[in-house]
Ligand binder design. Structure first.
Ligand code: BGC
Length: 751
């Protein structure tokens, strides 16, 4: 360990104690890196900026891997996509023992919603509105990943997404910038902690505006005003930066017609200068190469532009490693540009403690003790139950009694490979139980369960294959599948339908132009309805699903997203009433796909139609064939119990309501605060979430819920991009969701 001695001497110096601990720590780091960089050649510095994928060594031929050779030659700063203690150890040893200066590698991976214990997809987690649970989920993911050699997570994904056609809406936290910001902070805290052995470095992505792809088509172009960027899309990135995230990932798209990766305004002026952030920026997968396709020059030009703009690490394009030395000779980049990027990458390694101990995350004992533990699984199960959103529950059909004959029907009923949802590359599905297996356990000795797949995901085999991606669900004989389902349904007292998308029908490159339930499933639902039995519909999806017909015909609908490794048990917890649903939507659910992009915090328009308007209004901003309102609004979600809200009482800047549990169960309610700036120097959204509280009430119990309306909640970026509070009237709204009809209102006047 070439660095250990020097590092320890510096650490001892620190222990000797100066009052300004943080400053002196930084000074020590700077000294250490100065000394190291003084020994580095230009090639070695550029090598630190090179991030390469590991498929070659995960498939076996370790010794011949170009990665290992690059590591030994000091031409590699980091690896992504490597899973497995043995391979990671070997690669790290190569860098540490064989390269001239022995600089350790960063090991990065998409640890998005768990490692082997899989938590619900991020969109689902956001519907829990439980920041502590989200932080804990990230902490557990980090604990598991670091027990297996990974120290850098390509997470959190904090892109605001307003268009449910975009498949990657599954990976983010919904449509609201304020909630998205709080979740971004929680994720950074959970992943990074204090950079101990069980923490990893966060990588905030995809900076910036990736979720605003036109028409919801992945990788598509983005264009918007700066005022909108600052007010609606930037807040979660800024919050994550200010929470101390160690790294950022630039996005694939253009911002102001310049690819984010080569956008100096974005990476340097905003991220580093305005937000005072000092971590390192990696590109997304091959982004520098894509700059050529965006039409800004060849690989050398793209690489030089990216470095100068503020990109520090090149993921997989091999632009930096192959062209920067030449660009230096030609004066297209300076030594200072290269040094700056190299220093930032080395700082990240220092903060992670890799210079102290390059094998810090390679403790073989932890692999056995820290991954997929019962405690982790329990946390994932508890979290999953909080993410399900009860959309409809006519006649209190749910919770079901554990008695009689239950038919479980649908392509998700017994699917193991689809449970985890998108972006769970390290999942181990063989160790998870399906919904059917979970229901068998829950009902054992109490009720009879019969299960049938009932239909394919869709009648379109090509679509089912594309949507299956890595995990194919065999395409079955539709008539036979239906017959089996009808047979068990005829005998049943109640039918539970487990339907929706395949896991990979959301996530990267999984845009959809129609959001309705697929034909095959809808046809089966129609057949089942004819039997006249009660039906509970469980919807598995990575995005909002259009359920206008289902809302009209099916008595109970529970949106379960993709709940992760423990989804089966968690669904049982809710549908059999061991737990009471509390999830609330963080995305608006449309009545029809054509309403997208649909979001609650829109600007008013000069020809608005009132919320809840039930007919067409000529020369107003509405459609001929569908009303403007969503089917289910942002913030919406039912419980098995009911809550009553008192009027708001406003005392200075404190707004409070009393919430009473008026139903038959104890349960959690998510009390939401919205604000509308009545008159301002620019048009302001009709309402914006500015606070929430998750409270637990016993039957009949009441609680006063208070919100302090600080200046910060009233400020916005004006036309000059100044962050201002403009005096005047602000409507203050508190309620169980974002729809006006359910809210209590008052006005706060700021002088
Ligand atoms: C995705 C990123 C991901 C990266 C590395 C890219 O295709 O856009 O979200 O972190 O791959 O796997």
């Amino acid at each position: 360990m070439k660095f250990k001695l020097m590092y320890l001497m510096l650490a001892a110096l620190l222990m000797a104690g100066t009052p300004a601990m943080a400053d002196s720590q930084e000074e020590m780091m700077n000294q250490f890196i100065d000394q190291l960089m003084a020994k580095m050649t230009v090639e070695e510095k550029i090598g630190q900026l090179n991030l390469m994928p590991a498929q070659t060594i995960t498939t076996g031929a370790e010794k011949d891997s170009p990665l290992l050779k690059l590591a030994a030659e000091g031409k590699l700063g980091a690896i992504l996509n490597m899973k497995g203690y043995k391979d990671i150890l070997e690669a790290q040893e190569m860098a540490v023992k064989k390269s001239r200066l022995g600089i350790p590698l960063l090991m990065g991976l998409d640890v998005i919603h768990g490692y082997e214990t899989i938590f619900p997809i991020p969109l689902a987690q956001s519907c829990s509105w439980d920041l502590e649970a989200i932080e804990q989920g990230a902490r557990i993911a980090a604990k598991e990943a670091t027990a297996d050699g990974i120290c850098w997570a390509f997470s959190p994904m904090v892109d605001i997404a307003l268009d449910a056609r975009w498949g990657r809406i599954a990976e983010g936290n919904g449509e609201d910038p304020w909630l998205g910001s709080r979740i971004a902070e929680a994720m950074v805290r959970g992943l990074q902690g204090n950079f101990g052995k069980e923490n990893m470095m966060a990588c905030v992505k995809h900076y910036a505006l990736y979720g605003a792809a036109e028409a919801g088509r992945d990788y598509n172009t983005v264009d918007m005003s700066h005022v909108r960027m600052y007010n609606q899309f930037f807040p979660p990135y800024e919050a994550a930066a200010k929470a101390g995230a160690g790294s950022f990932m630039s996005s694939f798209n253009v911002v102001d017609c310049v690819p984010a990766t080569a956008n100096e305004w974005l990476l340097t002026d905003v991220l580093r200068k305005q937000w005072q952030w000092n971590g390192f920026v990696t590109t997304d997968y091959g982004s520098i190469g894509e700059i050529i396709k965006h039409g800004l020059g060849d690989l050398q030009q793209a690489s030089a532009m990216s470095l100068k703009a503020g990109t520090d690490m090149d993921m997989c394009a091999e632009g930096f490693i192959n062209t920067l030395a030449q660009s230096l000779k030609e004066g297209k980049v300076t030594m200072l540009d290269i040094d700056t990027a190299c220093r930032r990458v080395l700082e990240a390694k220092y903060k992670l403690g890799l210079f102290d101990d390059p094998y810090r995350f390679l403790d073989p004992r932890r692999r056995a003790s820290d991954i997929l533990t019962p405690a982790h699984r329990q946390a994932a199960r508890d979290m999953a139950a909080k993410t399900f959103v009860l959309l409809k529950n006519d006649g209190k059909l749910l919770p079901l009694k554990k008695q009689g004959k239950i038919a479980l029907i649908g392509p998700m009923a017994d699917s193991r490979i689809n449970l985890s949802g998108t972006w769970a590359p390290t999942a181990v599905p063989d160790k998870y139980i399906t919904l059917k297996e979970a229901m068998e356990q829950a009902l054992k000795g109490k009720a009879e369960l019969n299960c049938a797949q009932g239909c394919n995901f869709t009648n379109d085999q090509t679509l089912q294959i594309a949507g299956g991606f890595y995990h194919q669900t065999p395409f079955g004989d539709a008539a036979k599948l239906k017959q089996e389902a009808i047979a068990i349904a005829q005998e049943a007292d109640v039918i539970v339908c487990a339907m929706g998308e395949e896991a990979e029908m959301s996530g990267e490159c999984s845009s959809r132009a129609s959001l309705e339930i697929f034909d095959a499933q809808k046809e089966l639902l129609e057949e089942l309805l004819k039997l006249g039995k009660p039906i509970v519909l469980l919807i598995f999806a990575g995005r909002p699903t259009v359920m206008t017909w289902e809302q009209a015909h099916i008595p109970a609908i529970l949106n379960v997203w993709f709940g992760g490794s423990e989804a089966g048990d968690a669904i049982c917890d809710i549908i059999f009433g061991d737990k009471v649903p509390s999830g609330k939507l963080t995305v608006s659910m449309p009545q029809t796909t054509g309403q997208e992009p649909l979001y609650y915090n829109q600007l008013p328009t000069g020809r608005p139609v009132g919320e809840g308007m039930d007919s067409f209004a000529k020369f107003s901003s509405n459609y001929l064939d569908v009303r403007n309102d969503p089917l289910y609004p942002f913030g919406y979600g039912l419980s098995y119990t009911t809550f009553n809200y008192s009027d708001i009482s406003l005392n200075g800047r404190t707004a409070s309501v009393t919430v009473t549990n008026t139903g038959d169960y104890e349960g959690d309610e998510i009390v939401q605060l919205y604000i509308h700036d009545v008159a301002a120097s620019i048009s302001r959204p009709v309402k914006e979430l500015k606070g929430f509280q998750r409270i637990h009430l016993k039957k009949g119990e009441s609680q006063e819920v208070k919100f302090e309306i600080t200046d910060d909640l009233l400020k916005f970026y004006n036309a000059h991009l100044d962050y201002v509070l403009e005096p005047g009237d602000f409507e203050v709204m508190i309620g169980p969701d974002s729809s006006l009809k359910n809210m209590k209102k008052t006005v706060l006047t700021i002088k």
